[in-house]
Design a protein around this ligand. Structure first.
Ligand SMILES: *Cc1c(COP(=O)(O)O)cnc(C)c1O
Length: 854
């Protein structure tokens, strides 16, 4: 019999054990070993069976056992100690509060930390016990919340709760990916429903076309100090099709997707408002849009200001932009979310969804080169005064990719910065590692304590232990996967000895879009086979990853790997493990000696799995893309040479695969197997040590969140305050300024300019020169513009580069002049340009307006 419906009954705990309830529902347990140990000791067998999930443990452990523990003084005092520790963690001032104090004593610093920040994301990977993510983006969002919690940053997370999350993966007999969608039961998850005093769920309303309404209830997960609000449309009040809006993550068509994004953005803002009113939590001053998907949040905030504060659209836009931060994660143009304009028109055109907001203004925000498409990334950038990519290289790629939105500016002036992603150490570092070398001090300046006293032998022993644990897990999973594919136990004896705890272990796990090149290692199967079966220095390779359900190309790549690994000749040395998720990921990051990454440069925005491996002493073997481009230092791993510029994709793959095989054969494996008398590979351990010491601090999510606070949240809060003061005077002035500039700009011109050098001819490096210009401001006030002299080297093409820009002084009659030293020797050139200037702009390029001489 199949159940019609699943529901979970929460165990009622004997009174002395009530603190266990709080410890189980606050997800801090996911990164706090003492809490995990406490739960494990409730019933080690059940703990094992439920995969280390405290709520399921409490639901399944026997009443007798609980009664016994309620009388066990030793257990009770441990429980009290852990609960007290959590209470302290939740209330004591942390880094953010100290920072606030510092700034309060230094008001001249000009920035003030926001009382609250809302962080919107379509997926959150906090723990496998709350399967609400598909991969890197979600796990990053989860790590962002956890690090914010550790630092005391007052963030509120906002997203959707999916009935089936992302799919679970298994394999058919012939190696084809099969998807399953287990249905979750929110009442059995670490979630709390936001309710009216009557106990009825609070519902967020979002208007749909034809007079319909999409309703969603709000679940709250507590991630340490951070509330995470998740909207869920599966309520009886909704029409059947609308109940399904939050059924699956990345599972439907465009129409399904836009409904999800409308709910996350528009409904998400309404959910935060409700939550803050209900709990007294401060309303957010800054809104962080994690990738374009959640971008509709800016439209709802514009509507709020238009409806309740009486601002017009442009004033509201100026106010919203000031407090919005947008992070882009996609260097692949095809990866950007785009909707047909008609679809956006369908949802926003009927006037009920966002009353008072003209749909033409909405459409203009998402406009792109193709007039039929609405571009969520463009909207994200137009709705945010501050934007960033997720590694230095990705920042550069993004400036190039989006430069069309700032015509006339050099790529490096495009106002998109970067904050390199990080990973949450306590979540991803093996306990043994944290214990041995000390956790990085997430609450203070980062840095690993006490690496020196740890001997190579001890560290090696620890690494071998982690590898052995991975090998056990590989055996277990290989056996389970074969059973699933229809094999009988009788033919699976060989799985007991797949992989070898003493062999150099290389890991490769990630989603399977083409650019990640899952099958690059198969480019020359004979070479791979030779490396796996090398009699003296063998390697073993563990592979995992999911393909998007609609991507048959990706599934075919997985099948190629599976078929290769099925070959009895090599199957003891290479395995594809189905169902890559956070749990499997941890075994891989802990146990792999080498973490392989071979994307097509520069299409990996950042990549974070290599960071997690590094935290455990794994060495990266990677194309210099994303984070590795800035963190590789020659001693912490290997850079696979890239055939940049080779346009034939096949040839490029051949070249890069050959380089990969060579690196493994001539450097990686020899180093790993070069043992001293004591069996320890000293030179290998030197690299491990160097990796732990130098990468450990830099790859932490704590470092990332501190950067967001200092470089994005604090300035955004200051801007938001500046536009809000005195009844939104700043927003009104800024909107009026934009309108004035827009009207005058087509007529602004540099009428005349020249550069004169006194003294030696040709002038000498550093000699003073004077640049003069006559500018027609078309009625703008001189204070509305910045007229700049630009001097730099000239390329053959006449393009200026390596420029120095200097503001020119006005003489009261439209004349401008400045004296400056010549910045370079050789062939130089200059020009003059005019930019809008206003105290509330974050960067001179912000409005995308510039007039160049000539
Ligand atoms: C870290 C992580 C990812 C992201 O890895 P990339 O290197 O960015 O591809 C994906 N899935 C899981 C389960 C992870 O833990």
């Amino acid at each position: 019999m199949r159940a019609l419906r699943r529901f979970t009954v929460r165990a009622s705990l004997p009174e002395p054990l009530t603190p266990l309830g709080m410890l189980a529902t606050n997800l801090r347990w996911t990164w706090h070993p003492p809490t995990q140990d406490l739960f494990a000791s409730v019933d080690p067998d059940v703990w094992e069976r439920v995969g280390g999930d405290p709520l399921r443990l409490l639901a399944e452990v026997s009443a007798e056992r609980l009664e016994k523990l309620a009388r066990d003084e030793n257990f009770l005092s441990r429980t009290r100690a852990v609960a007290d520790d959590l209470r302290r963690y939740l209330t004591a001032p942390r880094w953010y509060q100290r920072r606030q104090d510092e700034l309060a004593h230094r008001p001249s610093a000009g920035s003030r930390l926001p009382a609250s920040i809302a962080y919107f994301s379509m997926e959150f990977g906090v723990t496998e016990a709350l399967p609400n993510y598909s991969g890197g983006l979600g796990v990053l969002a989860g790590d962002h919340l956890k690090a914010a919690s550790d630092l005391g940053v007052p963030l509120v997370g906002v997203g959707l709760l999916y009935r089936s999350g992302y799919f679970r993966q298994s394999l058919s007999a012939d190696g084809w990916q099969v998807e399953h969608y287990p249905v979750i039961d929110p009442s059995g998850l670490p979630l709390e429903l936001l309710t009216e005093p009557s106990g009825a769920p609070i519902l967020v309303h979002v208007a749909m076309p034809a007079g319909r309404v999409l309703r969603a209830r709000i679940w709250k997960a507590q991630v340490g100090r951070i509330p995470l609000l998740l909207l869920d449309s599966d309520v009886p009040e909704n029409d059947e099709d609308l109940r399904g809006v939050t059924d699956r993550l990345y599972g439907g068509d465009q129409d399904h997707r836009i409904r999800q994004e409308i709910l996350a953005g528009v409904g998400g803002v309404r959910a935060v408002r409700t939550y803050c009113e209900l709990t007294g939590h401060p309303q957010p001053e800054v809104f962080h849009t994690n990738e374009g998907h959640a971008g509709f949040l800016g439209l709802e905030r514009i509507r709020e200001l238009v409806t309740t504060d009486g601002l017009d659209f442009d004033e509201a836009l100026a106010a919203v932009r000031a407090g919005t931060v947008f992070t882009t994660h996609t260097p692949v143009p095809a990866g950007i979310d785009r909707f047909p304009v008609d679809l956006v028109q369908h949802y926003f055109g009927h006037g009920e969804l966002l009353p008072g907001i003209p749909v033409q203004r909405v459409l203009a925000l998402g406009a792109e080169d193709n007039p039929g498409l609405f571009n969520m990334a463009n909207m994200g950038l137009r709705l945010a005064q501050r934007a960033n990519g997720v590694s230095k290289l990705h920042g550069r790629v993004s400036r190039e990719m989006f430069r069309g939105l700032w015509p006339g500016f050099d790529t490096d002036e495009v106002p998109i910065g970067s904050v390199t992603n990080g990973v949450h150490g306590p979540t991803w570092a093996a306990r043994e590692i944290s214990k041995l070398i000390g956790e990085p001090d997430v609450d203070g300046p980062v840095g690993l304590r006490g690496m020196e006293p740890v001997s190579d032998a001890l560290l090696w022993e620890l690494r071998c232990g982690l590898r052995a644990r991975l090998v056990e897990e590989v055996r277990r999973r290989v056996r389970a996967a074969w059973r699933q594919r229809g094999a009988s136990d009788l033919e699976l004896g060989w799985t007991d000895s797949v992989f070898d705890p003493d062999v150099l272990t290389i890991g490769f796990a990630r989603r399977v879009p083409t650019y990640k090149r899952l099958t690059l290692m198969l480019r020359n199967p004979d070479r791979l086979r030779a490396l796996l079966l090398d009699p003296k220095r063998p390697i073993q390779v563990v592979v995992a990853g999911k393909s998007h359900p609609a991507d048959d190309g990706g599934k075919a790549l997985i099948q190629q790997i599976v078929r290769f690994a099925d070959d009895p000749e090599v199957r003891a040395r290479i395995a594809f493990l189905p169902d890559y998720d956070m749990q499997l990921a941890r075994y891989l990051y802990w146990g792999c000696d080498v973490w392989l990454n071979n994307p097509l440069r520069p299409l990996e925005a950042c990549g974070t799995s290599g960071m997690k491996a590094a935290l455990n002493g794994g060495l990266n073997l990677s194309i210099r893309d994303g984070w590795w481009d800035e963190f590789f230092d020659g001693g912490n791993g290997w850079a696979i040479p890239t055939a940049d510029g080779v346009s034939d994709a096949n040839r490029r793959d051949d070249l890069e695969a050959a380089a990969l095989y060579d690196l493994i054969a001539t450097q990686v494996a020899p180093l790993f197997y070069d043992r001293g008398e004591d069996g320890v590979p000293a030179r290998w351990m030197a690299m491990v040590r160097h990796t732990l010491a130098t990468l450990g601090p830099g790859v932490q999510a704590g470092r990332m969140v501190r950067e967001y606070v200092d470089s994005y949240y604090a300035p955004a809060a200051a801007s938001a305050e500046a536009v809000r003061a005195d009844g939104y005077q700043g927003a009104k002035q800024l909107a009026e300024f934009r309108a004035r500039v827009r009207a005058a700009w087509p007529r602004v011109r540099v009428v005349d300019s020249d550069l004169s050098a006194g003294g030696a001819s040709p002038p000498l490096l550093g000699a003073p020169v004077t640049v003069r210009a006559q500018v027609d401001l078309a009625g703008l006030d001189p204070s509305d513009v910045d007229v700049q002299a630009v001097v730099g080297k000239v390329a053959e093409s006449g393009e200026l580069h390596d420029v120095v820009t200097t503001s020119m002084a006005e003489d009261g009659h439209g004349g401008y002049a400045v004296e400056l030293p010549l910045p370079h020797a050789g062939s130089l050139g200059y020009t003059v340009r005019v930019l809008p200037q206003h105290g509330l702009l974050a960067t001179p390029a912000e409005l995308g307006k510039v007039v160049l001489a000539g």
